[in-house]
Design a protein around this ligand. Structure first.
Ligand code: SF4
Length: 380
């Protein structure tokens, strides 16, 4: 069921991370979009969300400010967007969150985060070395600027607004230094993302090299995390999702294959986009995610119905042939959609990171079997 809107507050970004699927994988749709979302589009989103939630009173709904970088909007303008949402949605269960690179945070933004209880996901890949791909438009590493943003949050009593770090794995980095950096920043949750690759990215030698080094890197992180009390204050989503999915026998997130569409992306011109992360595929991705729908003209109920039909036709959520009979088929489901893509078979491939998914679920299973007694209390 639709429970999340990801809204492109700003089409551009003040950074230019070399791996970014928005700008550096061949899809240039952002260039034709308004640089910032208009207040008219925000009002249409708020109205249509109110209409959608009117028949689903108990639904917990998420409104995510995304980009580009949402903090390219001035504090005054940002505040106006939340005032509009509040005026339409104050009687519903709506959570506000934002994905930001943290480099533009200042005191004024902190007041807005607190006032509207906005939860922040911060993009950071670890220590300075690990952030070698998180660069500005001149190619400078942005680690210090992001850490400064986190300290501004700390000094303005906003640490409770941080929901976690979104961190793209850099297999060149030292896993221990990455974990130590997150512990030092006092962040409580990190969501590691596998490098954005499909079966056709780069040349096959380079691709396979990244994959095998990512596999080793994650194994080191897992062992550090499991065996050192020092790291137990840090929730690591990829491992916790694997544990929870294995424990409940249901995929918890789209990290393992998603089964239905629960979110929509709204571009800065109001156009509805599906599965934003498919931009990893490049130019061809518009075939799999672009719709002719616009929030200005369509109600969310209609949009989700048409979008689901569209996605089902593309068979994005079907188990790939290669995965049928795999021990972890029902949980992994073939893996995250972009990692399954190839020009030859579209999404009918097992994940490029199949070995990693398999190992995550195996490790989770071993852990569960070793700690059955302890875990039973969470199930009873
Ligand atoms: S672990 Fe590999 S083979 Fe098994 S379902 Fe996942 S991607 Fe497919």
């Amino acid at each position: 069921m639709l429970n999340t809107l990801v809204i492109k507050y700003a089409a551009p970004c003040n950074l230019n991370c070399s791996y970014c699927y928005e700008y550096n994988h061949g899809d240039d749709t952002w260039k034709s979009k308004p640089k910032k979302i208009s207040l008219d589009v925000i009002e249409e989103i708020a109205k249509k969300t109110r209409n959608y939630l009117a028949s689903k009173k108990s639904l917990i709904f998420n409104i995510v400010a995304h980009g580009g970088e949402p903090l390219l909007l001035t504090p005054k303008y940002l505040q106006e967007t939340y005032e509009i949402f509040q005026s339409y949605l104050k009687n519903f269960n709506v959570n506000y969150s934002m994905q930001t690179n943290a480099t533009l945070i200042n005191k004024e933004y902190c007041e807005i985060f607190k006032k509207y209880n906005i939860r922040l996901g911060i993009s950071l890949d670890g220590d300075k070395g690990a952030n070698e791909f998180r660069v500005d438009h001149k190619g400078n590493n942005t680690f210090e600027r992001a850490v400064k943003g986190i300290s501004i949050l700390k000094n303005n009593n906003c640490m409770k607004n941080i929901s976690g770090i979104l961190s793209v794995i850099n297999p060149n980095s030292n896993p221990k230094d990455v974990l130590d950096t997150f512990i030092e920043t006092e962040i409580k949750m990190v969501d590691f993302l596998l490098p954005f690759l499909t079966h056709d990215s780069l040349d096959s030698t380079l691709r396979d090299n990244i994959k095998s080094r990512t596999y080793d890197w994650l194994n080191v992180i897992y062992n550090l995390w499991i065996n050192n009390k020092k790291y137990h204050s840090l929730k690591i989503r990829i491992f916790e999702d694997a544990l929870q999915s294995t424990l409940t026998l249901k995929p918890k997130t789209d990290w393992f294959s998603q089964k239905s569409l629960n979110y929509l992306v709204i571009e800065s011109d109001g156009k509805i986009d599906l599965l934003d992360h498919l931009k990893v595929i490049g130019e061809k991705s518009s075939l799999f995610r672009s719709t002719d729908l616009n929030i200005k003209e369509n109600e969310l109920g209609t949009v989700i119905k048409i979008s689901e039909e569209f996605i089902n036709k593309l068979k994005i959520y079907e188990i790939p042939d290669d995965c049928k009979g795999c021990k972890w088929e029902s949980i992994c489901g073939g893996g995250y959609a972009p990692h399954r893509f190839s020009n030859a078979n579209d999404f009918n491939n097992k994940s490029f990171y199949c070995d990693i998914n398999f190992s995550l679920l195996e490790n989770a299973n071993i852990y569960i079997n070793q700690n059955k007694k302890f875990l039973k209390q969470f199930l009873s």
